[in-house]
Design a protein around this ligand. Sequence first.
Ligand code: NDP
Length: 448
Amino acid sequence: MFKSNYVKKVFEEFELKNKNMPEYINAAKEILESIEPLFIDNKEYENLALLERFLEPERFVEFKVLWTDDSGKIRVNKGYRCQYNSALGPYKGGLRLHPTVNQSIIKFLALEQTLKNSLTTLPMGGAKGGSDFDPKGKSDTEIMRFCQSFMTELYKYIGPNVDVPAGDIGVGAREIGYLFGQYKRITNEFSGTLTGKGLTYGGSLARKEATGYGLCYYLSAALTKIKNDSFKDKIVVISGSGNVAIYANEKATSLGAKVVAMSDSNGYIYDEKGIDLAVVKRIKEQERGRISLYPKYLGRGEYFEGSSGIWSIKCDIALPCATQNELNLEDAKKLVSNGVIAVGEGANMPSSLDAIKYFVDNNVLFAPAKAANAGGVATSGLEMSQNSMRLSWSFQEVDEKLKSIMQNIFEASYNETLKYGKNKYDLLTGANIAGFKKVAEAMISQGI
Ligand code: NDP
């Protein structure tokens, strides 16, 4: 599997030490497979035990979260924060509230976040946290009591220059508000300790749009450089109809593309004339309804049950923006046989590893999540800057900075792709190497 004896040895030890953590092991394996050539080229990395040092989180905190439900019953959950690496700046990464959350998931996400944050070029280390608390079906006051109890423990480990958490699955504007309120109450300090805040108390304009817009900025840069092409007149299919999907649609359309399909977890809509985004926003953002309502509201377009059918639609560009593992090898084969030229991941890990390989082997421009959806965290980094300076930038200022960050992420990854990738479409290898190199250099400079 590994050509370098050093990488092989470190991975075997890592596997043994973390044997009950499959997600963490898989993530490390995928990263090591692409950064391995660096260790063949740089023998001093081995003398510095750089890989062993990188693969050990700097701090992992596990704590008890006690709260009472609306009937007065006492509930117990586990809380976690993994502060993976601070070589580049204060720890930064989201909080996830979901019953599947455990040590393995948190460590895997924190490792990925470290490389993603490095790619943004902003001074942010990598972290992730969360709880096995299930927010589904909980009342507003139950959510508030949980968030307050969670922060009562977490506040000991975070701070605007130490660790700045944000949202993730199950943590949106409401939860960030409750977490921020409790942090402020306990510490008697109003600071930018969390990002994703409301606009009235320190949030950044353009954060809502950032991941979807950023995805299109990254892909535009890649299309121009690698294929001398653009979004103009392209037929685009986007899975999902949540935050990332909606704003990817908005930006792709403004760049001249026609988005013909979107989906939710029940099914997908197809509109040959181009999706009317105002109708999707009304259904999803205002009414929190199902995408199946689209043909009824507009008198146009068709709805199909089952969301995976979306990948059989003929398109030039596919943007998986819904969820993990939503695009497998079979879907990749359908897209390629229908002539897809580019695939950009808005969601985290939407494509299976064999699907990614199939795209790259078939000369499809593949924009990996780690780089292509970094616009969200990049704008969180911009929120931190605005909070430190106690000022707010306009939407246009933030959007321009986002565009230039996404362009830089592409350039940095592409340079490494040309050196180390399987071919010029292998942007995943480029992203892993560019992200790791920066962290590695900072770690070396800072000593042990
Ligand atoms: P949302 O919850 O706003 O939207 C998710 C959308 O995906 C919903 O429309 C949901 O439908 C749909 N969906 C869920 N499962 C499926 C499925 N199996 N097939 C088709 N559609 C499905 O999430 P976001 O848009 O914020 O996030 C989407 C992805 O992007 C996630 O992987 C997230 O981790 C990632 N991401 C998000 C960032 C952000 O800034 N928001 C930043 C970086 C990554 P339904 O309404 O039926 O649930």
